[in-house]
Design a protein around this ligand. Structure first.
Ligand code: CIZ
Length: 311
């Protein structure tokens, strides 16, 4: 545990290094609170990808996990993208390899491949389009209705998007271990504990959990929902607890309760302020992608960014 003085010192050092390096710091909504607080922008993958693509700075420090930093590196070939903790991976992204996607494509040649952003650059390179939790429905709806969709890598999100869009989706055998562990019993208990609260859950949760909640949304959707639900002032949050910091900061007069205590993604919490400082000091760890992979993954990401979003 850092003292307040240490946090202040690290924050000042990071600000100085950021100026020296002409760097932009991006942090995902699931990062530790103190890391979110020193970032120039906090957001979900879609927002952060867009910001990275439009940034004027030459260096981007991505406080998140590998696939997120790879996404920034894919979209910003002229910038140096740094991931402060090299081993910050994502168990969901690890569920799909490029070879497995090629095999599935061979079995379903008529399918369009939609890769959830939680996949490696190699998997994105095998895909027609990417999506995030914020735009999965819009992306699925944008695909030619005559063609099935092979949805890589989260089966729960694929199931939800397919059902909502009324589209045939071939599901991947993968899920986020954190979201998939949230149970209907957890939701029922949290409703008993906070009967007045609105309940939000991430579309990576199991279908039976999503049936019980008031709002299914990714982190950006949850932030918007909590801000707009007057007269409701309390919310149960069915996603990684990292989001609660931002929810409270943006809605100081409202109450937020985690749907359970174990909604904590360990790899999303690996990055500390000391890691961010070291990353800027030593310019590490530079995300490097093979150019053919980067170009093809970039096409799938650009195809996603071109899909108009439903307000
Ligand atoms: O889209 C993202 O960044 C992820 C992985 C989750 C969310 O809802 O923010």
């Amino acid at each position: 545990m850092q003292t307040a003085d240490e946090t202040t010192a690290l924050t000042r050092q990071i600000a100085d290094l950021k100026r020296e390096r002409d760097a932009l710091i991006l942090a995902h909504n699931y990062q530790r609170p103190e890391v979110q607080d020193i970032a120039d922008h906090t957001g979900d993958s879609l927002e952060l990808s867009r910001i990275a693509a439009g940034a004027s700075q030459g260096v981007i420090v991505f406080c998140g996990v590998q696939f997120m930093a790879e996404t920034a590196a894919t979209l910003c070939p002229d910038k140096t993208v740094l991931l402060p903790v090299r081993d910050a991976g994502c168990p969901l992204a690890d569920r799909a390899t490029a070879e497995q996607v090629r095999q599935m494509k061979a079995r379903h040649p008529e399918a369009r491949v939609v890769a959830y952003v939680n996949t490696s650059a190699e998997v994105k390179a095998e895909s027609d389009l990417c999506c995030t939790s914020a735009n999965a429905l819009d992306v699925v709806r944008s695909v030619d209705p005559q063609r099935p969709i092979l949805f890589v890598s989260d089966r729960n999100l694929g199931h939800y998007a397919g059902r909502m869009a009324g589209r045939r989706v071939l599901l991947w055998d993968g899920s986020c271990p954190i979201h998939a562990a949230l149970s209907t019993a957890d939701i029922r208990q949290s409703k008993r504990d906070h009967p007045e609260a609105r309940v939000m859950a991430h579309p990576e949760c199991q279908p039976d959990v999503l049936e019980l909640v008031d709002r299914v949304a990714g982190t950006a959707g949850m932030l918007a929902y909590a801000a707009q639900q007057a007269p409701h002032t309390s919310f149960i949050v069915g996603t990684d607890i990292g989001l609660i910091h931002r929810l409270k900061k943006e809605n100081p007069d409202k109450a937020f309760y985690p749907a359970t205590d174990y909604l904590v993604c360990p790899t999303m919490k690996l990055t500390t302020l000391a890691d961010v400082r070291r990353s800027l000091e030593r310019m590490e760890h530079v995300v490097r992608l093979e150019e053919p992979v980067r170009v093809r993954a970039g096409l799938a990401l650009e195809a996603m960014l071109a899909v108009p979003s439903t307000p």
